[in-house]
Design a binder for this molecule. Structure first.
Ligand code: SUG
Length: 447
C-alpha cells in the first residue's frame, strides 16, 4: 500500500516573541528581547504549508498550545486574577512570564517521536510526545502535545500513543528533531536512527562533553522509545552528537543532518565516530543508502548553524523519484551555502533536483527553520483516512487560516508587552475560533 509522509506543521501561535529562553540555541540568545511580528510569523508558516500542498505533498496543521499558560504561572507562585498574575510576574520574574507565553509549540519536530507502522512489530503507528524537560518554556508542551496527537490520531486499531517519558534528567526527550527514518522508499521498512546529546547513566568519564552549551537529549530516552515503539533492534542505531557541534550551536540533530528515504545529507562533524555509524547504517540497510557528507572545508559548523542549511526539508516529489530541498532564505544569502546547494542540484548522482528558498525569518530568529516546524508522520492510505480530516490542508483551509491570523494577531510584540492583560483575551479568542475552524471541540483547558 502507498505510504505518505504527512508533514504536520506547527501553526505559530499569537504570542510568538523573542525572549532568549534557549541557551545553546544561538539565534534565541542573539535575538532576545527584540521586536517580533506574530502575524508575519504565522503567515510565513502558512506559506510553507501552501508550497508543500501545491507540490502534492500531504500536509496538515497542528494547532498552537494555550498561551499564556496561567496554570504554570500559578504553579510558579503567581496567583490571583489573570491580570494580576501577569503584572506581578512581569515585575518579579519576566523570564518566567515569557516562558508561560512562549509560542514554542510551533516547532513540531520537537512535539513527538513517530514510528511508521511498517517499522513496528504490532503494525501500528506509534507516537511518544516529547517531554522537553530541558527548558521550562518547552516542558509545558509535552502533555498537551500528547492530547492533541491523541485527538488527531484517534483509532486504536492503527495508532498507539505512549505516555511522555518520565520528566527527569535521565529521560530528557526532544522528539523527532533527533530521529531519522532511512528507507528505500516511504512504504518500505526503515532504519531508525536516534541521535542523543548525552548518556545519563553510562557516560564514560573520559569521553568529551560539550563545554559551552548543554546537551539536551539522552540516550536513555531514545532507547526507551525504540523499545516501546516495538522497533526491531536490528533496524535501530543510536549515535552521539559531536560535543563540538553542540558547542557550535547544534542543539538538535536536525540542525546538522537531514534524511529522506535513502538519502542522508549531513555535515562531516555531526556525530562522534561518524564513519562507524554510517558504516553501521549501510550494513543494517538492505538497500543502498546515499550519504552526502558536506565537509568542514566547504562549510564550517558555525556556517551550518548560521544558515540552517541542514534544517532544510528534503522531500520526495510525489509520483517521481525526484527530491527537492526547502531551504530558508538565509541559505540563499550566503555564497558558500549557495554554492553547496548548486553543486548538490547539479550532481546527477543524487536525486535532488531543485531548491525552494522560503522566508521563515520570524521562526529562524528563534532557531527554528523549515524542518523544525514540521513533524513527519508516515501513514498508509488507511491510516491517513483514519486521522482527523479537518486538519488536512486545502487551499481553502490555508486561506481561512491566513484570514484568521490577520484578524487576531498583533504585528508587533516584545517581551515587555506581556503584562498587557488584553493579550490574554486576544490569544484565547483566537484559539477559541481556531478550534471551530479545525473542528477540535473544546480542546483547550480555558474553554
Ligand atoms: O527549543 N527555540 C527552540 C527552537 C526549536 C527548534 N527545533 C528544532 N531544531 N527541531 C528551542 O531551542 C527559543 C524561544 C525563545 O528564546 O523565546 C526556542 O525555544
Amino acid at each position: 500500500m502507498t505510504v505518505y509522509e504527512l508533514n504536520l506543521d506547527g501553526l505559530v501561535g499569537p504570542t510568538h516573541h523573542y525572549a532568549g529562553l534557549a541557551p545553546g540555541n544561538t539565534a534565541s540568545t542573539t535575538n532576545a528581547y527584540t521586536m517580533s511580528n506574530p502575524a508575519a510569523a504565522a503567515h510565513q508558516g502558512i506559506a510553507k504549508m501552501r508550497l508543500l500542498h501545491s507540490l502534492g505533498v500531504k500536509q496538515a496543521v497542528l494547532p498552537p498550545h494555550e498561551r499564556p499558560n496561567l496554570d504554570l504561572l500559578n504553579q510558579l507562585g503567581f496567583t490571583g486574577d489573570p491580570a494580576v498574575q501577569v503584572k506581578t510576574a512581569k515585575k518579579i520574574a519576566p523570564a518566567l512570564l515569557s516562558a508561560c507565553y512562549s509560542a514554542s509549540s510551533m516547532w513540531a519536530a520537537n512535539s513527538a517521536t513517530v514510528s511508521a507502522s511498517c517499522d513496528s512489530h504490532d503494525g501500528r503507528v506509534h507516537f511518544t510526545a516529547a517531554n522537553l524537560i530541558s527548558h521550562l518554556h518547552r516542558h509545558q508542551e509535552g502533555e498537551f502535545s500528547r492530547k492533541l496527537l491523541m485527538y488527531l490520531f484517534n483509532n486504536n486499531n492503527y495508532f498507539h500513543h505512549h505516555p511522555t517519558l518520565p520528566k527527569t534528567f535521565m529521560t530528557s526527550d526532544e522528539g523527532a528533531a533527533n530521529h531519522s527514518r532511512i528507507c528505500q522508499n516511504h512504504q518500505s521498512p526503515g532504519i531508525n536512527l536516534f541521535v542523543y546529546g548525552k548518556r545519563a547513566l553510562t557516560q564514560n568519564p573520559s569521553a568529551p562533553i560539550p563545554l559551552k552549551f548543554p546537551a539536551r537529549h539522552t540516550l536513555e530516552s531514545s532507547e526507551a522509545i525504540a523499545r516501546s515503539h516495538l522497533l526491531n533492534p536490528k533496524h535501530v542505531i543510536f549515535a552521539a552528537q559531536n560535543p563540538a557541534a553542540i558547542d557550535a550551536g547544534v542543539f538538535h540533530n536536525d540542525v546538522i543532518a537531514v534524511a529522506n528515504e535513502s538519502v542522508f545529507l549531513l555535515h562531516e562533524d555531526a556525530w562522534v565516530n561518524q564513519n562507524t555509524i554510517l558504516a553501521e547504517l549501510q550494513q543494517k540497510a538492505d538497500f543502498k543508502v546515499q550519504i552526502i557528507t558536506v565537509l568542514r572545508k566547504q562549510i564550517s559548523l558555525a556556517e551550518a548553524v548560521n544558515s540552517y542549511l541542514f534544517n532544510s526539508q528534503l522531500i520526495t516529489l510525489p509520483g517521481t523519484q525526484e527530491m527537492i530541498l526547502i531551504a530558508p532564505t538565509e541559505c540563499a544569502m550566503q555564497n558558500k551555502i549557495n554554492q553547496v546547494i548548486d553543486e548538490l542540484i547539479a550532481d546527477p548522482s543524487n536525486p535532488i533536483t531543485k531548491v525552494y528558498y522560503l522566508d521563515l525569518k520570524q521562526s529562524m530568529r528563534n532557531g527554528g527553520g523549515p524542518a523544525c516546524l514540521r513533524l513527519r508522520v508516515p501513514l498508509n492510505a488507511t491510516e491517513l483516512a483514519a486521522m482527523h480530516q479537518p486538519v488536512l490542508v486545502t487551499e481553502t483551509l490555508l486561506d481561512i487560516l491566513d484570514n484568521w491570523v490577520t484578524k487576531h494577531y498583533r504585528t508587533e510584540l516584545q517581551s515587555s508587552d506581556l503584562d498587557d492583560p488584553s493579550l490574554i483575551d486576544e490569544s484565547y479568542r483566537a484559539l477559541d475560533e481556531l478550534t471551530q475552524i479545525l473542528q477540535l471541540g473544546a480542546i483547550y483547558p480555558f474553554q
